[in-house]
Write a protein that binds this ligand. Structure first.
Ligand code: GLN
Length: 568
């Protein structure tokens, strides 16, 4: 096993995740198998309970993990499904050790920071990387954070265990250009390197993030002051699309240099043709559309917003790249659409209602859906977006004063509700046990939705995946594949409420189509999609298809939505 450890210097938030994902993609292009781990030094067990406005979106894995969004970048760049065990937090490490101690597994030993904490960290890294040529380990936060230390110590120890030739350290650092001087400063990076050296780690490569490319003078300066060959100091300037990052790294021959450091030869010649074409389409699209994302986190400020829905932004971008269409996203605070006709939405080519929880801004979202339905504006609803789509239809077409019990527990028409089996669990406040998390199977009937899954070859792929799982009965059971069905797709979920089976007939009678459903063990059908066939594009899903969208392999519903929005 070979390990690449990525740490960050100077400040956080400079794209360490994208840099890590890009290195992985480059190694994959050279013919190696790659996986990636994100280490989050916080004490939370996972990202499930973190505020999205502070930490960005919660990423959901196939196996039901609620994880840091960086895992999303790894999956998008590497085109692999990464399991939840590839996100390690301080909380998990300590919980594991304390649980083990309580079970008497340490046989009377004093359980201590050293060696038990680094040992548990190393065990997890080795476990995650065992079937791959390379495992990338990104350590969250910045060098100098107290909470990083156990992880740095563990990777140093891993370096000794595996040998220097099997572990490479990469530092992603930031070079500020103070406006009053107008000069790019290398000193903070020199200091970050020195701080890393204090932990016994000497970075093999430094990736220099900055507004502009790094010149030779500055490369030389870092070489002189930090004892790293200027060959291994790589420029990483700001760019329009994150997908250009691996291409830029390759301009500096980063892949070859990393392989050389591992004393390895490329297994194949990289082929970036398709990737390059897609990036060019993102940067200079033939056509442009503007989509309204009616969300809830808007009032917290523009910057956090973009990250709160990062996978949706990416999925729209991937669909756009496929069609050579640029997708501009305008953030609309759903609270501003309450108690009035949302005529401001008229100018948009399409409307997206993303996932969400709680009552804030709900009426504005319902108003937006009504406007999209009545004015034939393409509409895509994701999770909460589907639930509110059903409520809107029940209210304005079926004439029921409908709601979700999440917002109005006493509603007379609970068209969205928790299943009876979940009610007793919820009554005991065990919220964690009632979420539907991770991949679940949906059976599709003839519809626009099915057509899109066929057109994008996703149906074919998911059926192949299910075939490959035929022997793994536990997995099939987890996905809900207890019935033989032809058109089955797998999408990821993160929700608690469902379309109430009691209201399906009446909704159908008024024209709402449910083109796909999940069958539970007890035979209950959970609705996975809604569709209005006569509308230009009115489709919503209980799932989060954005988590499976990749550059070059867009999510079916996003592709359909962008296409419909473009020829409006
Ligand atoms: N709040 C809704 C539920 O729990 C929708 C969740 C979501 O959009 N992810 O069912």
């Amino acid at each position: 096993m070979r390990v690449i450890v990525v740490t960050g210097g100077v400040i956080s938030g400079v794209g360490k995740g994208v840099a890590t994902a890009s290195i992985g993609r480059i190694l994959k292009e050279y013919g190696f198998s790659v996986t990636a781990i994100k280490i989050d030094p916080y004490i939370n067990y996972d990202a499930g309970t973190l505020r999205p406005t502070e930490h960005g979106e919660v990423w959901v894995t196939d196996d039901g993990g609620e994880i840091d969004q960086d895992l999303g970048n790894y999956e998008r760049f590497l085109s692999v499904d990464i399991p939840k065990t590839n996100n390690i937090t301080t909380g998990q490490i300590y919980k594991e050790i304390i649980d083990k101690e309580r079970r008497g597994k340490f046989l009377g030993q004093t359980v201590q920071f050293i060696p038990h904490v680094p040992d548990e960290i190393k065990r997890r890294i080795k476990e995650a990387g065992k079937d791959y040529d390379f495992v990338l380990v990104e350590i969250g936060g910045t060098i100098g954070d107290y909470e990083n230390l156990p992880f740095l110590f563990a990777t140093k120890s891993l370096e000794i265990e595996l040998g220097k030739n099997n572990l490479v350290h990469i530092l992603v650092s930031y070079m500020p250009v103070p406006s009053h001087v107008g000069e790019m400063k290398t000193k903070p990076t020199q200091q970050a390197i020195r701080m890393l050296n204090e932990t016994g780690i000497f970075p093999d490569f430094v990736l220099c993030r900055a507004v502009k490319p790094l010149d030779d003078v500055r490369k030389k300066k870092i070489e002189t002051y930090a004892n790293i060959s200027s060959e291994n100091i790589i420029s990483a300037p700001d760019i329009k699309s994150i997908y250009r990052v691996p291409l830029n790294f390759e301009k500096e021959r980063l892949g070859e240099k990393i392989l050389k450091r591992f004393e390895l030869k490329p297994r194949k010649k990289p082929d970036w043709n398709n990737w390059k074409k897609l990036v060019e389409k993102i940067e200079n699209p033939r056509k442009k559309i503007t989509v309204a994302m009616v969300g809830k986190y808007v009032d917290i400020g523009d910057f956090s917003l973009v990250d709160s829905y990062i996978s949706i932004n990416q999925a729209l971008e991937h669909a756009g790249a496929e069609l050579d269409i640029g997708v501009d996203i305008k953030w609309i605070d759903s609270k501003q659409l309450e108690n009035k006709k949302p005529t401001a939405l008229k100018k948009f080519d399409g409307i997206v209602i993303p996932g969400g929880f709680g009552s804030s801004g709900v009426d504005g979202k319902i108003n937006a859906i009504k406007f999209a339905r009545e004015n034939n504006i393409p509409f895509l609803g994701l999770c909460f977006g589907l639930q509110l789509g059903v409520i809107e239809f029940a209210r304005n077409v079926c004439n029921m004063k409908a709601h979700t019990t999440e917002v109005d527990p006493k509603t007379k028409y609970p068209v969205i509700d928790v299943l009876p089996s979940q009610k007793s669990i919820l009554a005991e406040n065990k919220y964690g046990g009632t979420m539907r998390l991770g991949a679940y199977a949906a059976i599709l009937e003839r519809s626009k939705t099915l057509d899109l899954y066929i057109k994008t070859k996703r149906l074919e792929k998911d059926i192949k995946r299910i075939e490959a799982l035929k022997k793994d009965k536990d997995q099939l059971f987890r996905l809900g594949l207890i019935h033989d069905a032809k058109n089955v797709v797998l999408e990821r979920h993160r929700h608690r409420y469902e379309v109430n089976p009691k209201f399906i007939d009446i909704l159908k009678k008024h024209g709402l189509v449910f083109p796909g459903y999940h069958v539970r063990e007890d035979g209950t059908r959970l609705m996975e999609f809604i569709e209005l066939p006569k509308h230009k594009f009115f489709i919503a899903t209980q799932a989060h298809p954005e988590f499976k969208s990749r550059l070059g392999d867009p999510a079916p519903l996003f592709l359909g939505f962008v296409e419909a929005a473009c020829c409006r």
